[in-house]
Design a protein around this ligand. Structure first.
Ligand code: HAM
Length: 417
């Protein structure tokens, strides 16, 4: 028996209602903020992610689904969207079409992590990227949109954490300090963290090894080494969040696991989902477009994991999906009329009315049971004496009334015209 690959999940019909509900809220919030949808391929050249996310990050170093295709090109299933959006932005000269591009996406992503609750190998992200402005208004817009979506889903136990990662200049001063701090502690670090000292010292903070965590606990903080530009951006973001009534905490240890960030970054944490508690994360990446060979273009964005959000919603019992229903169930009273019943179902469906009927030879009683199970608004009894006169019995299941209706008037009756 072949089973789904570890860390992947089928989304079955009985849970699709939840997904659609969440996706509707996501799209409508992005619409209010005037973001346009972008879709990019599921796989890209490996180099795009290696360069964009950073060679020394966990994502690139340990988690990517990378393989050679038949023409020996190294390709990778996308582990995140920012690099792909930036590639598409440059490739299609979007910056020339609009001076500010506000884009959003909902898409599967792939990371070969150790599966656990809230951590999958195929998971779904929604997110947004704004390319073309360094205004802190847009940093706050990202946090607002994420917060609106999560609150719109009824989530309450949320904490917004913000930090600033500065510019490369301020990071240079800081890494110097970090190097000094680690000078006499190197022997306490794991092999991987030792390697990171030269490769990308900031990534030592990503280590999940107890000794590394202990060593880094008292390390100097990047937030204390910010340049003026980053400080201004951070101050402005904080004051806008306060005036927009969005509660936040400053977390100087929030470094994010991707290398492209500059200035303000953020995460929204749920108090209900256990160890995988980050529902979303994002921040500014003012140098990424340039780094990929595009015209210098500042950017900011965020992404959120839908599976984690659904866990949080379940734990908080935050929304109830409206019960699904159909408009009409055709109960066929005589087996020989089944093709005629089908013709009628087809013609009514073409009027945007949701119609179901029996396809598996159920008895009249079983068809009625099915109509109830499907929560049908109306039931039509197809056949009987009046059928030869072009009329059928139509029962309104909400108020229990039943009337004889001419077949040509059914659509009007059902749609309430
Ligand atoms: P990220 O923090 O790597 O950021 O991922 C964003 C969110 O995706 C996480 O907060 C989490 O909810 C979800 N997520 C990540 N990995 C998994 C997993 N294995 N299983 C389930 N959910 C997961 C980014 O991806 C950046 N591209 C965000 C961004 C956009 N920054 C700027 N623009």
């Amino acid at each position: 028996m072949i089973k789904a690959i570890k860390g992947t999940k089928d989304i079955l019909p009985d849970s699709i209602g939840k997904w659609k509900y969440v996706e509707n809220i996501i799209s409508s919030v992005f619409k209010y903020y005037n973001y346009s949808e972008i879709r990019t391929p599921i796989f890209e050249e490996t180099l795009l992610f290696a360069r964009g996310i950073g060679e020394a990050t966990d994502i690139v170093g340990k988690e990517m689904y990378t393989f050679e295709d038949r023409s020996k090109t190294s390709v990778t299933l996308k582990p995140e969207m920012t690099a792909s959006v930036v590639r598409a932005f440059i490739e299609h000269s979007l910056g020339k079409k609009h001076s500010l591009n506000k884009l959003y996406y909902i898409s599967p992503m792939f990371r070969q992590e150790r599966p656990q609750a809230g951590r999958l190998r195929e998971f779904h992200q929604f997110g947004a990227e704004a390319l073309g402005s360094s205004s802190p208004l847009l940093d706050v817009e990202m946090i607002s949109m994420a917060y609106d979506i999560l609150s719109g889903l009824g989530l309450k136990d949320l904490t917004i954490k913000i930090n600033s990662l500065g510019t490369p200049e301020s990071r240079k001063n800081y890494t110097q300090k970090l190097r000094e701090y680690l000078k006499d502690k190197k022997h306490l670090l794991s092999g991987e963290s030792k390697e990171r000292i030269d490769k990308n010292i900031l990534r030592i903070f990503d280590s999940k090894i107890d000794n590394d965590i202990e060593v880094m606990k008292d390390a100097p903080l990047l937030l204390d080494f910010l340049d003026n530009e980053s400080k201004d951006n951070f101050e402005h973001v904080k004051s806008l969040l306060t005036s927009s009534n969005i509660p936040f905490e400053i977390d100087a240890s929030l470094l994010r696991g991707l290398d492209y960030y500059t200035k303000t970054t953020f995460e929204i944490i749920s108090g209900k989902v256990g160890s995988q508690d980050a529902l979303c994360g994002g921040g500014r990446y003012d140098l990424l477009v340039e780094q990929f060979g595009g015209e210098p273009t500042p950017g900011t964005g965020f992404a959120a994991g839908i599976e984690r959000i659904l866990i949080a919603c379940e734990k908080e019992n935050s929304f109830v999906v409206p019960e699904s229903s159909i408009n009409l169930y055709i109960v066929c009273l005589e087996k020989m009329l089944i093709s005629k019943a089908y013709e009628l179902a087809q013609s009514i469906r073409r009027n945007n009315i949701c119609v179901e009927m029996d396809y598996i030879g159920r008895s009249v009683k079983a068809q009625m049971r099915e109509a109830n199970k499907l929560n049908s608004e109306f039931v039509l009894f197809f056949g009987g004496e009046e059928y030869s006169e072009g009329k059928v019995q139509l029962k309104n299941m909400k108020n229990g009334t039943q009337e004889l209706v001419k077949i040509e008037n059914l659509v009007n009756k059902i749609s309430g015209d």
